[in-house]
Design a protein around this ligand. Structure first.
Ligand code: SAM
Length: 395
């Protein structure tokens, strides 16, 4: 992560602590990027008990000096980049722990901003990110364009949530310090707002592919990615699920380890989930919308019949039954799920998110039977995700 931050100019600072090297007076090493006439360098401030010693190094030299110090002479390392904080703790017995945190608002400025005394509010995805301007979210004065304030808020919230979900789904191990997923698919990427946010928070170590039906959006997003140096981000025109789903496993090349689908209408969410499941993705994140499929099947159980005479209750019930079924099917398929509102309803009505992390063996018979009881209670006989999974909802 340090190497990537130096390469991509996203390093804000690195702080090394808990010194245990031979010089007993040394306490910390602070590293910051500095722009010298000879090009970008890293300034090292060696803090001793009574004095600081400063020395600048070219990036390659700085990295070769730092690598043995992290977990060597210094047991603690805190890395601050424009998009995330990481804390690496090692113990004298050789064990270590990596903790990833989203960069808090105050330090999420670009290195240039953090060097100035700019007190303007900064964000996890800084307003200065050029792709926000290119996609029409932020204007030249660094403010959300008219009508884009909610989208900007949604991007921030999404970046924050995904940072935490990725951390949970890909926990660091002593043997594998970089928990960043390798391949991410954003199914139904639209204008790419959230796909770019993902590419920014995950960094160059992950490849992100947006899949989108509309070729003009694909062309726009590929151009913005190219012009803004996102070599890890590509957009492809096509269907979320090409052809029939059976035997998807053998058809999917480079299976993703994260699948997201945000506001993929109606059954497109099921198609996206099925694609992620077929690929064995570790993390699935969907924000469903326009849940229409079950409307015609939903039969009010007698106790709910009077309430469900009202169209709005029927609509909300359909949403509830659809998303509850999806979550239960994911649990049956071996994932632990969380269902929550990811942004206040004040900003968007489409705010339900289902996150699923692979965690247990699929096919539990007790779960399957409870799922069928649930479907039967509402008169549901078929549902797209169940069909993709070859799961019969009939008792
Ligand atoms: C409401 S937009 C959401 C875009 C984006 N995910 C976001 O949240 O900002 C849904 C997008 O999914 C695309 N889409 C719908 N069904 C699709 C399918 N079967 N395959 C690929 N893209 C699809 C639509 O063209 C549209 O751009």
């Amino acid at each position: 992560m340090l190497r990537a931050a130096v390469r991509e100019s996203t390093l804000v600072k690195l702080t090394l602590g808990k010194h245990r090297g031979p010089d007993a007076t040394l306490q910390n090493l602070f590293v910051r990027p500095v722009a010298l006439k000879t090009g970008p360098h890293l300034a090292f401030v060696w803090r001793h008990g009574t004095r600081d010693i400063t020395k600048n190094h070219a990036p390659a030299e700085a990295l070769s000096l730092l690598e043995p110090l992290i977990g060597g002479d210094f047991l603690d390392a805190h890395l601050f980049t424009t998009t995330r904080h990481a804390q690496f703790e090692s113990k004298a017995d050789g064990s270590s722990r990596l903790k990833l945190l989203a960069a808090p608002v105050a330090s999420a400025a670009t290195p240039a901003q953090s060097g100035s005394h700019d007190r303007a509010k900064t964000h996890l995805i800084p307003v200065s990110a050029p792709w926000l301007g290119a996609l029409g979210v932020i204007n030249e004065r660094g403010h959300p364009r008219e009508g884009m304030a909610d989208k900007f808020r949604q991007i921030q919230k999404f970046a924050e949530l995904l940072t935490h979900l990725v951390e949970e789904a890909f926990p660091a191990r002593a043997t594998q310090p970089s928990p960043v997923p390798q391949r991410v698919v954003d199914a139904g990427s639209g204008k790419g707002y959230l796909t770019f946010a993902l590419a920014q928070i995950l960094g160059a170590g992950a490849h992100i592919q947006g899949i989108e039906l509309r070729p003009e959006l694909v062309a726009l997003c590929n151009r913005v990615a190219r012009e803004n140096g996102f070599s890890n981000l590509t957009f492809t025109a096509g269907q979320i699920v090409p052809g029939e789903i059976e035997n998807q496993k053998s058809k999917i090349e480079n299976p993703p380890d994260v699948l997201i689908a945000l506001h993929a209408c109606d059954t497109a969410t099921d198609d996206a989930l099925a694609r992620g499941l077929a690929a064995g993705a570790q993390l699935l994140v969907v924000a469903p919308c326009c849940q229409k499929e079950l409307r015609s099947q939903l039969t009010a159980p007698p106790v709910l019949a009077d309430a469900l005479r009202h169209g709005i209750f029927q609509e909300r019930h359909t949403e509830f039954v659809t998303d509850a079924l999806r979550a239960q099917l994911l649990e049956w398929a071996g994932y632990r799920t969380k269902v929550f509102e990811f942004i206040s309803t004040e900003h968007t009505a489409k705010n339900l998110m289902i996150a699923a992390i692979k965690s247990h063996a699929p096919g539990d018979a007790g779960r399957a039977s409870r799922l069928r009881d649930f479907a039967a209670f509402y008169g549901i006989r078929t549902q797209r995700l169940a069909t993709h999974l070859n799961f019969s909802l009939r008792p």
